[in-house]
Design a protein around this ligand. Structure first.
Ligand SMILES: C[S@@+](CC[C@H](N)C(=O)[O-])C[C@H]1O[C@@H](n2cnc3c(N)ncnc32)[C@H](O)[C@@H]1O
Length: 283
């Protein structure tokens, strides 16, 4: 299952006192070592643009200590490099990427983040548009693309699931990875309708590492999952302990005990990124 969804992550647990945790190297002053749920406060909500606030704090107020989805959105804007460190080590099952249609002229990706999937799409399409609402993540993605072979095939643009800045029938593949949920601020009915609107007849809408597979199935999406053991490959045992303390606090003690840079997804307590839901639109 993918973020952002409180039901999908260990972050649903009660915030802990971060005192005594590994101070780490990634946090802004005062945040170092804190788990995601207690890293930010309501005072940080001012980082959102008006369009973001309308979607992520629709009632005008929110508390990231009690709303882990909000904490993720703050992470993307306040500590984007920290998010990128996590996404870079949570690699997709190679068959998920292999499953995606080949030889597609135009691809649209929504919620592209720092490019975990985008970088794989470069070899799959001639023209790729990567839509991402968080400006700090767009900046990191552009940096990666500038250094990549054929990175100029990808155009990075701002946008949201429910208001895609793309014309009807635009792409043969419309895809999102670990980004879409049924919640209106993160996709919902309007977001799914938008993805289908910009998908050409006969094209494919694919949601990788999906949340709420039943919700998608009720809307005509089929499900595929690929087998095999999957682990997160951190750079070192020290990085595993640091990032587990922030993102997988329930598993942090076990990760420290193992001392290994390779940590099976089951130890972290999350489903591995081995699955997708898809719909092929009528031609
Ligand atoms: C967990 S990250 C995944 C990023 C990237 N797809 C990956 O797999 O690494 C979730 C992404 O969804 C984006 N997102 C959140 N709400 C969104 C919305 N309403 N429309 C489009 N993208 C959204 C976030 O900004 C973030 O980049």
């Amino acid at each position: 299952m993918a973020r952002p969804d409180a039901s999908a992550r260990e972050g649903a647990e009660t915030p802990q006192d971060p005192a005594g945790e590994d101070p780490g190297t990634s946090g802004a002053p005062g945040r170092a070592g804190r788990e995601l749920r207690s890293r930010y406060t309501a005072a940080d909500l001012g980082v959102f643009t008006g369009d973001e606030a309308r979607r992520f704090v629709p009632r005008g107020a929110g508390d990231p200590h009690h709303d882990v989805v909000l904490a993720w959105e703050l992470l993307y804007r306040i500590e984007p490099e920290l998010y990128d460190r996590l996404a870079s080590v949570e690699r997709l099952h190679r068959d998920v990427v292999g499953w995606l249609p080949h030889g597609v002229d135009t691809i649209a990706e929504v919620g592209a983040g720092t490019g975990r999937l985008t970088m794989e799409l470069i070899e799959r399409g001639e023209n790729i548009v990567a839509i991402e609402p968080a400006q700090p993540l767009r900046r990191i993605l552009r940096r990666k693309l500038a250094a990549a072979d054929h990175g100029d095939r990808v155009r990075v643009a701002a946008g949201f699931f429910d208001e895609l800045p793309l014309p009807d029938d635009f792409a043969g593949l419309v895809v999102a990875c670990s980004a879409f949920t049924p919640a209106p601020g993160h996709g919902g009915e309007a977001g799914l309708a938008e993805m289908e609107r910009v998908c050409a007849p006969g094209g494919c809408v694919a949601l990788i590492w999906p949340n709420h597979v039943d919700w998608l199935a009720a809307r005509g999406y089929r499900y595929v999952s690929f087998p095999g053991p999957m682990s997160v490959e951190f750079a070192s045992g020290q990085e595993a302990a640091e990032l587990a303390g922030i993102f997988f606090p329930r598993a942090a003690a076990e990760v420290r005990r193992r001392g290994s840079r390779t940590v099976p997804f089951e130890v972290l307590g999350i489903n591995p990124p081995r699955d997708l839901a898809f719909k092929v639109l009528a031609g």
